[in-house]
Design a protein around this ligand. Sequence first.
Ligand SMILES: Nc1ncnc2c1ncn2[C@@H]1O[C@H](COP(=O)(O)OP(=O)(O)OP(=O)(O)O)[C@@H](O)[C@H]1O
Ligand SMILES: [Mg+2]
Length: 1107
Amino acid sequence: MAKMEVKTSLLDNMIGVGDMVLLEPLSEETFINNLKKRFDHNEIYTYIGSVVISVNPYRSLPIYSPEKVEDYRNRNFYELSPHIFALSDEAYRSLRDQDKDQCILITGESGAGKTEASKLVMSYVAAVCGKGAEVNQVKEQLLQSNPVLEAFGNAKTVRNDNSSRFGKYMDIEFDFKGDPLGGVISNYLLEKSRVVKQPRGERNFHVFYQLLSGASEELLNKLKLERDFSRYNYLSLDSAKVNGVDDAANFRTVRNAMQIVGFMDHEAESVLEVVAAVLKLGNIEFKPESRVNGLDESKIKDKNELKEICELTGIDQSVLERAFSFRTVEAKQEKVSTTLNVAQAYYARDALAKNLYSRLFSWLVNRINESIKAQTKVRKKVMGVLDIYGFEIFEDNSFEQFIINYCNEKLQQIFIELTLKEEQEEYIREDIEWMHIDYFNNAIICDLIENNTNGILAMLDEECLRPGTVTDETFLEKLNQVCATHQHFESRMSKCSRFLNDTTLPHSCFRIQHYAGKVLYQVEGFVDKNNDLLYRDLSQAMWKAGHALIKSLFPEGNPAKINLKRPPTAGSQFKASVATLMKNLQTKNPNYIRCIKPNDKKAAHIFNEALVCHQIRYLGLLENVRVRRAGYAFRQAYEPCLERYKMLCKQTWPHWKGPARTGVEVLFNELEIPVEEYSFGRSKIFIRNPRTLFKLEDLRKQRLEDLATLIQKIYRGWKCRTHFLLMRKSQIVIAAWYRRYAQQKRYQQIKSSALVIQSYIRGWKARKILRELKHQKRCEEAVTTIAAYWHGTQARRELKRLKEEARRKHAVAVIWAYWLGLKVRREYRKFFRANAGKKIYEFTLQRIVQKYFLEMKNKMPSLSPIDKNWPSRPYLFLDSTHKELKRIFHLWRCKKYRDQFTDQQKLIYEEKLEASELFKDKKALYPSSVGQPFQGAYLEINKNPKYKKLKDAIEEKIIIAEVVNKINRANGKSTSRIFLLTNNNLLLADQKSGQIKSEVPLVDVTKVSMSSQNDGFFAVHLKEGSEAASKGDFLFSSDHLIEMATKLYRTTLSQTKQKLNIEISDEFLVQFRQDKVCVKFIQGNQKNGSVPTCKRKNNRLLEVAVP
Ligand SMILES: Nc1ncnc2c1ncn2[C@@H]1O[C@H](COP(=O)(O)OP(=O)(O)OP(=O)(O)O)[C@@H](O)[C@H]1O
Ligand SMILES: [Mg+2]
């Protein structure tokens, strides 16, 4: 939902006056009272026109929440109560919408809240400007640069626990849309003397304490540091801990911020190494050592610390040691080396520490600038925020205060210039007559300090550069001469001797009447601090460091770039940078925040009027109000003015139709405000005196009260009438509803009564009918029951009669049967006795035979033909039957056995039978052949490719194919031959080649001879005169003699139908060609083991020895 636009004004609910311009009467007292009143009511901000005065509350107030940011966003400056956000919003909007570069100048003394104010401005701008990942990163980097710079540039002082010890100006750059692009930071004059020495109750820069408290053990070891603060001379110990400050946690915040800002890890580490080196430098101590020429020379007491510093920074130890003992002065071509005494050595050490630290700080600022600089080249709009030390007046004021006060003097000047300029411009813009206003212009004081010929800074530089002895006193003398006549310069010994008797002015001091008050400066240290001298030997030693960062901090140490010209003095440097700053600020639209510190105790709720009064004076705030009020105290655009006061005049209330300006004219005429009290500008009405405004405000308040009463009256009347009407309407509605309800209820009652009566009558009628029906039904049931009983009685009587009759019939039949049995038994008794003996015998015999057969059935032996078992005979008279039965059974089971044979098996058994008939009990070899199956073709010539030829030559069926030994008839030696028997022939072939050697038709075989012994020799006799018999008979030996002889016998029989003669004898004749040789078998001779041997004994005898 859109936020409702409420027109408000600064003047609403004002505590005191929100804008000091409206203060009446205006005096220092009323000014302070107004501030105090507001401060007591938590109103810490008050305006002087567009300048914001901020009083440090020293406690957190709930006025910076995001809701507050929203409240002030896009609202006019005077619309809400004074706030730093209003100023920020005004500045941001005129930057974004009117393309005017802005600067926000924040001034005030230490602890007044400048830094906090600058952070509030930045955070407000960050909250209201554009959003998006990139923009957010820029914002984050800009905001996170603060913790880093605060760690290195802030310290606890007696005035402020987080005092900025440097001046800071930050340009935030925006694009045309108002989105932040980046920023540039400039730093001014770091208070580097703090590094080596701190006043009582103050601390060194935060970073030293943060590092020692927050670093891990590992990091400390790496940096060669110890956690104990008391180990370091440069750290003040009495206030090392600050209440409510957690150094360790801040260290982590700083490291984190460095990371966000864009420091690489190694960069952050280098920075800490330099910090460590500075800290350790303070621990180097010197002792005097007498030399021959009577002068003292300094020597380092304990070189351990020096060694560690050198390790940390990569500097050659001897180089650094020498730089602490000697000083080389170069002039033209000459180089003169002088020894340093102890005091000079300490000076050199401290100068080095200060330089190292302040250069590191400048490097940090540059490094941050590198990270946060805008990445685009588009035209940028700039908002500068200046957080610079305010005017300082201490008991002892030195060079630093002089410089700072000079800077404030310049800022005051620019303030006067710009404020007056703005005022004047507005008058011209609004076409209002301009009147000259008297105010103090501090240009004369600025001139006293910065004038190039006789300004104090120029004098100081001159003194520093002058040859000869230069001291702070000679400088003061010079001032006394040159500035004696200046109205704002005061010195006891000045030439015009105006102050000769002024005891408040010590001799070694001079006093300047600043715009904000008189300040007494101690001249001591001015020359030294302005010189800011670092011996060249030290800068050269630093340049030689192996540590890249340290080396880069001392470019002048490079011997190649030796510059005999003195570096610019601190004073002139500062003057130059202030001049640049002023130039920069002049191009921008200024916005002022004047910070005021309410008390010295850093405590909330305490408002020390004297302290505030002092600040108001030196900030020139009354001056500021006067300048602002010079012409007209108050101005306001016509529209809001008419809107605010239109109720004071009948013509303009409630609506004015014409232009706003005419409306205001009518209004002011009507109210009879004197014409000299106001002027009409182009767009604004200018009111000369605040009194007039307050009169208007009072009238408005009164009128508002009247209006409120009127509104109340009308509202109350309207409210009562509305209430009454509502009640009446309600009453009618309630009555109507009630009547309806009552009628409804009555009707329901009558209806239910009718129903009851009706139901009673109906019930009575129904019961009557029911009664009648029940009576009728009961009569019917009685009749049926009586009939049933009658029929039952009848049936039972009949049943009883029938049962009696049946029992009588059964008894008659039984008696008859008994009678008949008796009669038959009497008749047959005599026949039974005559035939009993024979019948019993036959029966018994029959039973015995029956039993024998049945038992035999169970005792039958196995079906194997060779099983010899047979049950024993039970009765003698069954003997022949028993034997016959055994024979029949055996024949039967043999038949059964034979029936299982295949044709081939039958053939084999036939052959076996034939062999048995031929050789059983005739040849001793026979029994061993019984178990051998007759295979015939032992040699598978079909399958063996070696015998292919042989196989092809034989066309008939081969009955025997076996290797046999053919006995040589000449010497009895044997050779292997293939023995083949076919249907018609007997063939012999070579075992190796398969070539047929002899072929004998079976018809030519006449006889086969063999011994009766256990050998395989046999002779095949051939028909005399046949072709085959030309070489004589054959004599063979074979392992399968029985089979061969049998098969030869059977084949011859089937082919020639003649029985082959088989002679079994241990001596037989064999025809060898023409001779007949006797083959004789003899028993014994175990020489050759179990193999029979054959030997030709003589022409007529061949002896076969059988084992
Ligand atoms: N608006 C504020 N609300 C709450 N506390 C504040 C506010 N402004 C300042 N303070 C308190 O005052 C202390 C000092 O403020 P700050 O550091 O801004 O002073 P300074 O003007 O910058 O001082 P110096 O010149 O020493 O740097 C802060 O640390 C904070 O505690
Ligand atoms: Mg500060």
